[in-house]
Design a binder for this molecule. Sequence first.
Ligand code: ADP
Ligand code: MG
Length: 274
Amino acid sequence: TGTLPRPPQPRVMTIANQKGGVGKTTSAVNLAAGLALHGLGVLVIDLDPQGNASTALGIDHRQPGIASVYEMLLDDVPLRDAIQRSPFNERLYCVPSTLDLAGAEIELVSVVARESRLRNALDMDLLSQLNIDYVLIDCPPSLGLLTVNAMVAAQEVLIPIQCEYYALEGVGQLLRNIELVQAHLNKGLHVSTILLTMYDGRTKLADQVAAEVRNHFGDKVLSTIIPRSVKVSEAPGFGMTIIEYDPGSRGAMSYLDASREVAERGAAVGGRTK
Ligand code: ADP
Ligand code: MG
């Protein structure tokens, strides 16, 4: 693994798809681990109350009293108090989520600047001090205020799409929500990346879905496709990314390739694209 180009400014990417189980969390943590392995500084913000991204990055989000993304969003706790370093890589950081976050969707409704809480909490000076090049935000499976906060805080959206039946179901609604955020809250937001996940080469369907997605999204779709693999699904049970759990596996290699593509594309368009 060689070193990849650093973007001129941190790229903030939201990983969104309101469908559950499409590979958002798996992609967030493994792209993050891949980018970090390639020498880049990465922060994962876990915006899902399930906390699976935190767990996969080796962070115990059930410790009592830890500061989490909930306190950043609702109690003005600064990023520096909520950020933790992953034990897997010194360049990999995480803001964990806790179960409190399940209530945040409702609690945010009555808060001032409720859509911009995460953006306002993203301390760019701290990111620069820690040499963080990528901020990947793992969204919950809904289009509520947590996902809106992620979209307001980001410049880019990465949409994982599963190579399965109904792959594009709900994607139209997701795109309309992104347009609403663009129109009213964050002009610079755009869908930069589509990642095909859980590809099963033995089925004709997987190829059809991949072709349909490429037809629809053109060169936003990464050439790397993530295969369906049992190892990938086992890794979270050990509190690891696949890159940590089995670095030589097809799943790990494909996430490493995908992270390289993400970084090379970002460099080609000058990092922070507007
Ligand atoms: P989401 O965050 O969109 O809900 P996850 O990343 O949690 O989706 O993935 C859903 C389930 O599928 C998890 O159990 C995960 O381990 C598994 N999974 C994700 N990617 C793969 C893959 N490439 N191959 C096999 N299982 C996968
Ligand atoms: Mg998830």
